[in-house]
Write a protein that binds this ligand. Structure first.
Ligand code: ADP
Ligand code: MG
Length: 307
């Protein structure tokens, strides 16, 4: 099967929202009047970002999910995406399953595939996603202010736990492993929450590299620090795993303390749990304290907690 047959069979669907989709030299997008385009791209490499054994259906989901998660973090609404694929061979059952997982998530977010590129090579998947957001209303990393609350969606650390189990550093009961594996291989992009936080959150980021590092980006961009309360973190896992675990694809965000009830309402509206985990402060750096306000030594915790 040649490149064009492959594209026609697996990656061509009629464009509905976009004026022009797959098949020409460019796709055409039409954002609504008064909207800015929000654009993000992610490159997934076999062996580095996913395991060769992963179910292609889940891989199709994840490749788009990590991009939709970036739109969510900006409070943008998905419009369309492009897909650049390097494939070592034409494996039709693999392609069919990959496309199924990809389009199931795309359809759930009314986000259409409008173009791409296909070539032979070591398995690599690059998606560029386009969203729209009212001019000036995108959620940025730079807006956190001293006195704001720090919030996080969902639960933390599950995806990393699955990764550690795959690596053999922890052994888990089957049901716990299955649930964690689903979080690793099929993350849920928090698009509805991102939209509900427009005009409410002062800063936001999606968690792909771990809470400490990713929240650190908000702190650095905003010129502030934060103190987190360990007991408030939505997790059953050890603190160092939670702070440094990648692949959660939850949102971390800040909002004025006076608007707590509105943040809770936004979480309910988006059907997404939100937890208030700490406070933005003027002093730079990230601190973690226990319920009594005593500093917690983060490095004291370790993966031995699961052994
Ligand atoms: P060009 O030579 O102009 O780069 P191609 O021959 O690579 O165009 O692709 C032909 C058409 O198929 C283009 O509209 C392109 O966007 C689309 N396309 C190529 N690969 C993919 C893919 N993996 N998914 C979706 N559309 C694709
Ligand atoms: Mg091309």
């Amino acid at each position: 099967m040649g490149e064009f047959d492959l594209i026609a069979r697996y990656f061509t669907r009629p464009a509905r929202r976009s004026p022009l989709g797959v098949g020409d030299d460019c796709a055409l997008l039409q954002p609504q009047p008064g909207m800015q385009l929000a654009v993000s791209t992610d490159l997934l490499l076999e062996g580095r970002h996913f395991l060769s054994t992963v179910d292609p259906r889940r891989l199709g989901h994840k490749a788009l999910a990590v991009n939709l998660s970036d739109l969510a973090a900006c409070g943008a609404s998905p419009l369309a995406f492009t897909l650049a694929l390097a494939l070592p061979r034409v494996d039709e059952p693999w392609l069919a399953a990959f496309a199924e997982g990809l389009f199931a998530l795309a359809d759930a977010h009314d986000c259409e595939l409008v173009g791409g590129d296909t070539t032979r090579g070591p398995l690599a998947i690059n998606i560029t996603v386009f969203g729209e957001v009212p001019t000036g209303q995108a959620l940025l990393r730079s807006g956190a202010r001293s006195g704001d609350d720090v919030w996080v969606s969902g639960t933390l650390g599950d995806a990393r736990l699955a990764l550690e189990a795959f690596r053999g550093t922890v052994s888990l009961p089957q049901d716990i492993f299955d649930a964690a594996r689903l979080r690793l291989e099929q993350p849920t992009p928090r698009v509805a929450l991102g939209l509900a936080l427009r005009g409410l959150a002062t800063a936001a980021i999606d968690l792909s590299d771990g809470l400490a590092g990713d929240l650190g980006h908000i702190l650095a961009r905003s010129g502030v620090g934060a103190t987190l309360e360990a007991e408030r973190l939505p997790t059953t896992h050890a603190l160092d795993l939670v702070l440094n675990a990648g692949d959660d694809y939850e949102l971390a965000f800040t909002a004025p303390a006076a608007r707590r009830a509105e943040v809770e309402a936004a979480g309910r509206h988006a059907n997404t749990p939100v937890s208030r985990i700490g406070r933005i402060e003027a002093a730079p750096g990230l601190r973690v304290v226990d319920a009594q306000g005593r500093p917690v030594d983060v490095r004291a915790a370790s993966f031995d907690h699961f052994a």
